[in-house]
Design a binder for this molecule. Sequence first.
Ligand code: VGL
Ligand code: ZN
Length: 247
Amino acid sequence: MPDEESSLTRREAFQTAAAGVLAVAAPATATPARAQAPSIKPADDDIFVVVDVQYDFLPGGALAVKDGDQVIAPINALAKRFAHVVLTQDWHTPGHISFASAHGGKKPFDMTRLEYGDQVLWPDHCVQGSRGAMISDEVQIPHAQLVIRKGYNRTIDSYSAFKEADRKTKTGLEGYLKERGFKRVFVAGLATDFCVAWTALDAREAGFETFVIEDGSRGINTMGSLDAAWRNMGQAGVRRITSAVIA
Ligand code: VGL
Ligand code: ZN
């Protein structure tokens, strides 16, 4: 398909530029009109998953994602095109195991080793019932059909909206989406390199055709996490698109 080719070309051009190698100028000028042409028309078996657009991840929040507020306009616009939308909400207990404050001597963004593996330690964020845990009032998707909360087990983090960090405990989202007959999953929100990426990877693993909407997402980028996330998603067959390709 021409549109797949052109977006691949753009991605390769971007990666080459990011690596500091001088890119040949041709692809950037040869393809933009085609690359931007709307080519995906949301259907009744498509679901749009809007990840963690909560005050704590927005500017001024406890774990603010740079330019996180920039995702809201594209997400609101996109949501209008989807008949079916699910929202996710990071929803931690006080003293959650992912908080640096729960580990003596550790600081936010340090790593630690937990029973289920390596864990980045975060500032306290999205504590159940707190203002920071609320989905922003600027997210205007009244037709959203489900809000799935995650990270509510004190001893297990959960970036993914499908499976917790122990990679065993399920949230129920896979069953919900399959029971309702959805086939394609479109993901946007915060943060690209954590909850968006893990959600997209698990959607793919569950057998859904999966897309991440780049301009509807922003990353935290700690210790190379953003590049790693895009690399992992690419290898898993998650497709990277912009909202402009959605009709
Ligand atoms: C997230 C770090 C910790 C996210 C949640 O929504 O990406 N990141 N908790
Ligand atoms: Zn969290």
